[in-house]
Write a protein that binds this ligand. Sequence first.
Ligand SMILES: NC(=O)c1ccc[n+]([C@@H]2O[C@H](COP(=O)([O-])OP(=O)(O)OC[C@H]3O[C@@H](n4cnc5c(N)ncnc54)[C@H](O)[C@@H]3O)[C@@H](O)[C@H]2O)c1
Length: 337
Amino acid sequence: MMKVLVTGAAGFIGFYVTLDLLKKGHEVVGLDNLNDYYDPALKRARLAEIERFCAEQSVLEAFEFVEIDIADRAETQALFDAQAFDRVIHLAAQAGVRYSIENPHAYVDSNLVGFVNILEGCRHQKTAHLVYASSSSVYGMNTKIPFSTDDRVDFPISLYAATKKSNELMAHTYSHLYGIPTTGLRFFTVYGPWGRPDMAYFSFTRKILAGETIDVFNHGQMERDFTYIDDIVEGVVRVMDHIPVMHQSDITTAQAPYKIYNIGNNQPITLQRFIQAIEAATGKKSIQNQLPMQAGDVPRTYADVSDLMADVGFKPATEIEAGIEHFVRWYRDFYQA
Ligand SMILES: NC(=O)c1ccc[n+]([C@@H]2O[C@H](COP(=O)([O-])OP(=O)(O)OC[C@H]3O[C@@H](n4cnc5c(N)ncnc54)[C@H](O)[C@@H]3O)[C@@H](O)[C@H]2O)c1
């Protein structure tokens, strides 16, 4: 059994990854700064849920929560000095595309400074595998579909995407220089129970239930590879055990134990179909305000997951209608809506 550092453990994906690792018998140190980008009460409720699980299973000592801001170099270093980790799953980040237009510095602090602090911790500990979250947003407005990890991703259209692409470059550098195995995961629009209130499915559900109008950008013609949370967790945990070996690609002689995977549903659907799934699950019709495309948004995402399938024998497959039904059921229960 391993001791795993999960950063962003009070976040949506980190919460589920933590629970899954605990279920598999691992020890988890969950790190988060509980910032108020969205309601910290939801983050605390996720932590309470983890603690409830540990109490039920009599494994309270298997989970430790540390409230640390990864942008704080001294605090992050002190954690790595105090504890040794077999694996690091780095999910803490300033997420969201639109907010990067409003508050660019939050992205620099958490996603660039914070990322280097995590890399440095792994470097000094010689961590056996660092798995970190990248994003489908690195593909920007690429026209070739599906998006492959072999495609060029040099044209980000939001600072968020630029920081995620930067993470991949920094990880490659550390893999090459210090031999730290790193795997970057480009997640494609993740949704599910305990999800993120800043994402469209969350506000759509709230507003449809309340009979309020929803803003539909690009007239609902955007396509997204919506990926259910359970599929993301399965991918993350399988990848954790698949450590990249030293190799070089066709276009460089630089050797590095470095890998990037897409984790997406491989089945893009229109925003309108997504809304219909929410309508079906809530039993209510939406009132829509049609709007043009927003700055920083991409028209379509579509993951090529052949590498993931070849290396870890898994690809996401949850149907949108089933996933949304789980989300809406959780939402009604959690918010008594
Ligand atoms: N949810 C998606 O659709 C999606 C898609 C692509 C990539 N990602 C990436 O996956 C990761 C997890 O995303 P999520 O959806 O769970 O988001 P989230 O916001 O729910 O979780 C991130 C967590 O990190 C914490 N955090 C942020 N900055 C921090 C800092 N400086 N120090 C310590 N903790 C900090 C936050 O408090 C939050 O709890 C992120 O890296 C995100 O960019 C998510």
